[in-house]
Design a protein around this ligand. Structure first.
Ligand SMILES: *[C@@H]1O[C@H](CO)[C@@H](O)[C@H](O)[C@H]1NC(C)=O
Ligand SMILES: *[C@@H]1O[C@H](CO)[C@@H](O)[C@H](O)[C@H]1NC(C)=O
Ligand SMILES: *[C@@H]1O[C@H](CO)[C@@H](O)[C@H](O)[C@H]1NC(C)=O
Ligand SMILES: *[C@@H]1O[C@H](CO)[C@@H](O)[C@H](O)[C@H]1NC(C)=O
Ligand SMILES: *[C@@H]1O[C@H](CO)[C@@H](O)[C@H](O)[C@H]1NC(C)=O
Ligand SMILES: *[C@@H]1O[C@H](CO)[C@@H](O)[C@H](O)[C@H]1NC(C)=O
Ligand SMILES: *[C@@H]1O[C@H](CO)[C@@H](O)[C@H](O)[C@H]1NC(C)=O
Ligand SMILES: *[C@@H]1O[C@H](CO)[C@@H](O)[C@H](O)[C@H]1NC(C)=O
Ligand SMILES: *[C@@H]1O[C@H](CO)[C@@H](O)[C@H](O)[C@H]1NC(C)=O
Ligand SMILES: CC(=O)N[C@H]1CO[C@H](CO)[C@@H](O)[C@@H]1O
Length: 884
């Protein structure tokens, strides 16, 4: 329809008009826009409202300027201000309540608030300032406010070289480049992509870190957008919805995280076993392969908690089916029975797209059609795309029967008696991904051309036969349309040529009248909500473990997240750290991890060894790779096996420490994983660091990050640390420290002075066995000689816990005190050891108190300044241990 040259030259395939308008688009300058004047300003208790009237001649940069806007400001509590700007006359799309439950309540007295809203009338702009100091945190006077049907623009001033974090999902550095960053939010299936582009999820939240404090800014909007960071400013360019801002006061980084969690929802608890080690790959040929991996792990003495299967198990890749020859139900029962009998678990993947297979007795398709839950064109024809099974249809999560349909399919297919008795669920391709080039006029032809689904050789599967096709990346060929829901005038920097490319058409209308254009970024989150519900219905009262690829604000309240299809490269190994820091500490999705050893391409022994160790300090620890990659189970190489055994043993010994921190994040939003500046917010040296991080409050992880290297330069703030392995004190000087001779089975770890770590005395092959091990308490005093820590224990699986143990440890002046709640019945598990670090002189003796508590002697090690006290203390009540 349009000249290829025009499309090619300007890369504006989205702009479906004559070339004169292309020129206009090029010169469109929002800074020339008139802005708005605030009139009729009304203030109430903690509220302010105003009319915003266009202040001059419309600039119409990407559409017609809307004449009259409405401003509503609410001081929702002392720490949060809500600022909403929308069309005064016409209702516009807003993120629905079913996705984001807006806080209720009418607000607090602004005099009590930690941050303040101030405005200028003409042209209208506003600031957010700290009440105590008057420091300006946000100032929209950096550029004209523009509000057009499909283009919203607002620009705030920032300090030069600002420290901005968030605005994910991305593989950029954790601290975003303050002078030259464009973050595009448009969820996208992004196989192995480089940095600087839009990925699977959208999180329009940023934290800004200053030595004077930290604050957070959320734009609650699900439309596509570009956020431009230039030196001194941050600019939103959004293609729909409204300006719906939430400002969070901090002032500490952890407080911003807590405030954000309060706003968007605290992360769901996961089962204790979810923290065990998970193994998966794409390309396990059949049930025999899966069974062999399970037994090979056991033979290698590497703990395997959960075995996974990718889409390989499906019949022709149809979701909610299993292949009767390669993965027959009876054999799958043998596998799940075997795993469950050995206290191990099983997880499989499902995709949202349902194979388009009319008249094939394919229940998941037939029932969906009957319920009318699939996305349709306005004329009622089913919208089809192409995914793994070939032509597919897509559930419309906004359909009133969609949740019931999805839960029903899950109940049926995962029925423990007649189906596959999974313990958790993996959901993929939910951006939603679609291989068919837009406009996908011939899905069947496109599927056949791409070889979806792949042909399988004649059964039975011969050992060693590669039966699966490659994971494809489709090359886009652009086409255009004149409809705005497909091609808005402002083109965000989507890495693909247009919004609908490689996904569901953005002009489709959902059952509730919302369009895909506005809600595209919600698709993966809505699949997450429904899948989580489906899992809960299978095992009522039990926590779920659902791992998704696509996320939106609040996804952590339902699911965990893996970082997607990365590559087996050192870059991706390094980026996995900032990727998981973003998810856990900024977006409140703490059950996160990367594909250990890398997904695409071939790993190497040393990369896999290093990644096995780094991955042991991801909340979600899973080894996974692609179908054409070499096998990378940890037992494949001696160094990797040794590294994995060692790192998993450390992880398991620390599992209750991690579980306690995860529970705390569930309770108040305090991140389980944090960047160094969360703990040292006034130390500017920590701001750019994203290759070291804290796992819980007290463990600093500093992996080797260069190929073939056995050394690493790490930063230690001015503070007391202890080497995790020798337990000897290490004084941090606020400077770099070079660590050498870090061999391929080692990862540097430091305990931060001031922490108390509850650990198991030893590791185990499963988390069930681990829960039978005794505890040892490691006390790591800070320079003032004090320390504190926590231990939370519950049954590890129930949604509501009746009896829990929640202990606070305090150490000062030679005495460790444990107090709190001791209601969970731990059976015969006791505290067997207490290790005091940094004790420079030999104690004269030790005493213990607590019902039935016994001391069984102690040992002081002069070389490392540690005292190890052997004890026998029940976890039934308060106790203390004193060094005399
Ligand atoms: C800004 O970033 C873009 C995209 O990464 C790059 O092409 C360009 O060279 C950068 N500009 C400057 C001034 O660094
Ligand atoms: C399991 O281990 C055996 C013996 O080392 C090996 O031959 C086989 O390839 C392994 N299979 C898998 C699936 O790991
Ligand atoms: C309905 O609309 C779609 C998209 O325009 C078109 O491909 C399809 O052929 C139409 N169906 C019928 C029955 O007209
Ligand atoms: C296929 O592999 C399984 C498990 O390793 C083995 O028991 C079986 O004998 C093999 N079959 C053939 C035909 O080689
Ligand atoms: C892609 O678009 C160009 C320009 O319209 C056209 O010449 C070409 O045939 C198209 N390619 C395919 C594979 O459709
Ligand atoms: C990975 O290794 C396999 C087996 O040696 C090889 O066939 C494949 O081409 C390699 N892949 C890449 C991306 O190098
Ligand atoms: C690491 O060592 C391997 C094997 O000696 C070599 O092939 C590779 O080039 C080295 N990589 C770097 C970055 O030096
Ligand atoms: C690696 O170093 C550790 C001590 O840090 C040592 O125990 C281990 O034997 C070494 N492994 C190898 C393969 O050299
Ligand atoms: C040690 O920790 C206590 C709180 O547990 C704190 O009050 C004190 O300032 C800390 N001392 C140092 C030197 O960090
Ligand atoms: C497409 C892509 O890059 N996916 C992931 C690859 O791995 C890094 C690090 O693990 C992730 O952050 C990416 O999201």
């Amino acid at each position: 329809m349009f000249k290829a040259a025009a499309l090619g030259v300007l890369c504006l395939s989205t702009f479906a008009t004559a070339s004169s308008q292309l020129v206009e688009r090029q010169s469109a300058n929002p800074d020339s826009c008139p802005g708005y004047t605030a009139k009729n300003v009304k203030t109430g208790k903690g509220t302010l409202s105003a009319d915003l009237v266009l202040a001059g001649t419309a600039c119409n940069v990407y559409g017609s300027d809307i004449q009259n806007l409405k401003l509503a400001v609410t001081y929702e509590d002392e720490t949060r201000i809500h600022v909403k700007i929308t069309d005064a006359k016409n209702k516009r799309y807003e993120v629905p309540d079913s996705i984001f439950k807006r806080p209720s309540g009418s607000g607090v007295d602004d005099k009590k608030a930690d941050i303040k809203f101030n405005y200028k009338s003409s042209p209208f702009s506003f600031t957010i300032t700290r009440a105590k100091t008057g420091e300006v945190l946000f100032d929209s006077s950096a550029g004209a406010l523009v509000f057009e049907p499909q283009y919203l623009r607002l620009k705030t001033k920032l300090p030069s070289q600002a420290n901005i974090y968030g605005l994910g999902e991305h593989t950029d550095s954790f601290r975003l480049n303050p002078t030259n960053t464009t973050r595009t939010l448009w969820n996208r299936d992004a196989y192995g992509v480089a940095q600087g582009s839009n990925l699977y999820g959208s999180h329009p939240i940023y934290f800004e870190q200053r030595t004077s404090g930290t604050h957070g800014v959320l734009l609650m909007n699900s439309d596509g957008m570009d956020i431009n960071l230039r030196d001194g400013s941050l600019e939103y360019n959004v293609i729909g919805g409204i300006f719906d801002f939430y400002f969070l006061s901090g002032p500490s980084p952890v407080q911003v995280a807590q405030q954000y969690a309060t706003l968007v929802g605290k992360p769901a608890e996961v089962p204790y076993w979810g923290f065990g080690f998970h193994q998966c790959r794409y390309g396990y040929r059949d049930y025999v392969d899966v069974a062999n991996v399970i037994t090979n792990y056991s033979a290698a003495g590497i703990p395997l908690e959960t075995m996974w299967t990718d889409i390989d198990y499906m019949y022709k890749r149809w979701t909610f089916t299993n292949d009767p020859e390669y993965f027959p139900t009876a054999k799958m029962h043998q596998i799940t029975d075997y795993l469950h009998n050995h206290n191990q678990q099983y997880i499989v993947m499902i995709d949202p797209a349902v194979a388009y297979q009319p008249n094939q007795n394919y229940g998941a398709f037939d029932r969906g059609v009957q319920d009318g839950v699939f996305l349709k064109f306005p004329n009622g024809t089913l919208f089809q795309g192409v995914v793994w099974p070939g032509p597919t249809v897509f559930p419309d999560w906004f359909h009133p029967k969609a949740a019931q349909y999805w839960t029903g399919e899950m109940q049926r297919f995962f029925d423990p008696k007649t189906g596959i008795d999974i313990d958790g669920l993996w959901i993929d391709m939910n951006e939603a991904a679609n291989f068919c080039d837009f406009p996908c006029a011939d899905p069947a032809g496109a599927a056949a051309a791409a070889g979806n689904p792949p042909a399988r050789p004649a059964p039975p599967p011969a050992n060693g036969t590669q039966i699966f096709q490659k994971r494809q990346t489709s090359s886009a060929n652009s086409t255009s349309s004149t409809v705005n829901l497909l091609n808005p005038p402002y083109a965000i920097h989507n890495a693909l040529d247009q919004l609908s490319q490689h996904t569901i058409r953005t002009d489709l209308i959902h059952a509730n009248g919302l369009n895909e254009y506005d809600t595209h970024n919600l698709y993966g989150f809505m699949m997450s909500m429904n899948s989580q519900k489906g899992m809960e219905a299978r095992r009522p009262g039990k926590r779920t473990l659902v791992i998704t690829r696509s996320t939106f604000v609040g996804a952590g309240t339902k699911v965990g997240k893996w970082l997607g299809d990365n590559l087996s490269t050192w870059d991706h190994y390094r980026w996995s750290i900032s990727g998981q820091l973003g998810m856990a500490s900024i977006y409140q999705i703490p059950m996160v991890g990367s594909d250990i050893c890398g997904f695409g391409g071939n790993t190497t022994e040393t990369l896999c060894a290093r990644w096995a160790m780094l991955g042991a300090f991801s909340p979600f620890m899973r080894n996974h790779n692609g179908d054409t990659s070499i096998s990378q189970e940890f037992y494949r190489w001696p160094t990797v096996a040794e590294a994995a055994k060692k790192a998993i043993a450390i992880r398991y010994q620390l599992l209750d420490y991690i579980y306690t921190h995860f529970h705390r994040q569930n309770t108040d939003g305090t991140p389980l994983l944090g960047p160094m500046w969360f703990q040292y917010p006034t130390d500017q040296n920590t701001y750019p660091i994203d290759l070291q991080f804290f796992y819980g409050d007290s463990l600093l992880v500093s992996p080797v990050t260069q190929e073939n290297s056995t050394s690493v330069d790490i930063y230690l703030p001015k503070d007391t640390f202890y080497d995790y392995f020798t337990l000897a004190p290490v004084q941090g000087a606020g400077a770099k420290v070079s660590l050498t001779n870090v061999n391929f089975t080692d990862i540097p770890l430091h305990i931060r002075g001031g922490g108390i770590l509850p650990m198991r005395v030893e590791s185990a092959m499963t988390t069930t066995a681990l829960r039978q091990k005794d505890f040892q308490i490691v006390v790591a005093p800070n320079a003032s000689g004090t320390a504190s820590g926590y231990l939370y224990i519950d049954d590890g699986v129930s949604l509501s816990q009746t009896k829990t143990t929640d202990i606070t440890f305090q150490y000062a002046k030679g005495t460790l005190k444990a107090s709190g709640k001791f209601d969970y019945n731990v059976g015969s598990v006791k505290v067997a050891k207490v290790i005091f670090l940094g004790i420079k002189s030999q104690p004269k003796g030790v005493s213990v108190s607590g019902s039935g508590a016994k001391s069984k002697g102690f040992k002081w090690d002069a070389a490392t300044s540690t005292v190890t006290v052997n004890v026998e203390i029940s976890l039934e009540g308060a106790f203390s241990v004193t060094l005399k």
